[in-house]
Design a protein around this ligand. Structure first.
Ligand SMILES: CC(C)(COP(=O)(O)OP(=O)(O)OC[C@H]1O[C@@H](n2cnc3c(N)ncnc32)[C@H](O)[C@@H]1OP(=O)(O)O)[C@@H](O)C(=O)NCCC(=O)NCCS
Length: 186
């Protein structure tokens, strides 16, 4: 699967720090969620490409819940680590914290999981990547949880595609009563 090569989790762990400047603010004066998502994509790529030693793309991103708003002037720190490795895909875990220097407050902003796929740059086809050497209890726990998340996501994708194929629109329309929508009648 990995062509016999295995790498330590620690080798590709990456930390990214960025000061939240005024140009990152949204209309409400807080940092725009898209700025944080872009930094998350950047660190996911860095961590993935460092493990795979080559070109990678983002295949999917787990739900991202913003637990706390980020203020202009705070320092954002993103931590990333390869949690799980399949054949050509891997799960990168990302934790984001923001720090308010003035008051010494550190907040957990969000945690998310990115699936990155290692590609051959010319053919753009997925290629196998090194496996992971699990050295600590945390490495093992994260690997097992990543494997479970991958299985759950696959199951969910299959179930959703089956539901879409079998969808009875008339029956579903009748279930819309009480929902916050209005059927447009021409
Ligand atoms: C991701 C991509 C390379 C997968 O290509 P594919 O032909 O479906 O490849 P495969 O079916 O062989 O899957 C390759 C691996 O990706 C994983 N994968 C594919 N689609 C996935 C998805 N939506 N979510 C999670 N994993 C996915 C597969 O499970 C497989 O993992 P494994 O090798 O570890 O078992 C392809 O869909 C792609 O290029 N997408 C665009 C990516 C991109 O441009 N991202 C930036 C957005 S701007």
């Amino acid at each position: 699967m990995s062509g016999g090569e295995f790498k330590r989790v620690q080798e590709s762990q990456t930390v990214l720090k960025e000061l939240m400047v005024p140009s990152y603010a949204n209309f409400g004066g807080k940092v725009h969620g898209g700025v944080i998502l872009s930094l998350m994509d950047k660190i996911a790529y860095t961590c993935a490409a460092s493990h795979a030693k080559g070109y990678c793309v983002t295949a999917s991103v787990d739900s991202v819940d913003f637990l706390n708003p980020v203020e202009v002037g705070e320092l954002l720190t993103l931590y990333s680590s390869v949690n799980y490795v399949g054949n050509s895909s891997m799960e990168i875990g990302i934790k984001v914290v923001s720090e308010d220097f003035k008051n010494g407050i550190v907040k957990h902003t969000n945690t998310s999981y990115f699936t990155m796929v290692s590609l051959d740059e010319e053919s753009r086809r997925p290629v196998p990547m090194p496996g992971l050497i699990l050295e600590t209890e945390e490495d093992i726990r994260r690997f097992i949880e990543g494997k479970i998340r991958r299985e759950l996501k696959r199951g969910h994708r299959l179930e959703m595609s089956k539901i879409k194929k079998e969808l009875d629109m008339i029956k579903e329309i009748n279930k819309l009563e009480g929902e916050n929508c209005k059927l447009y009648k021409s």
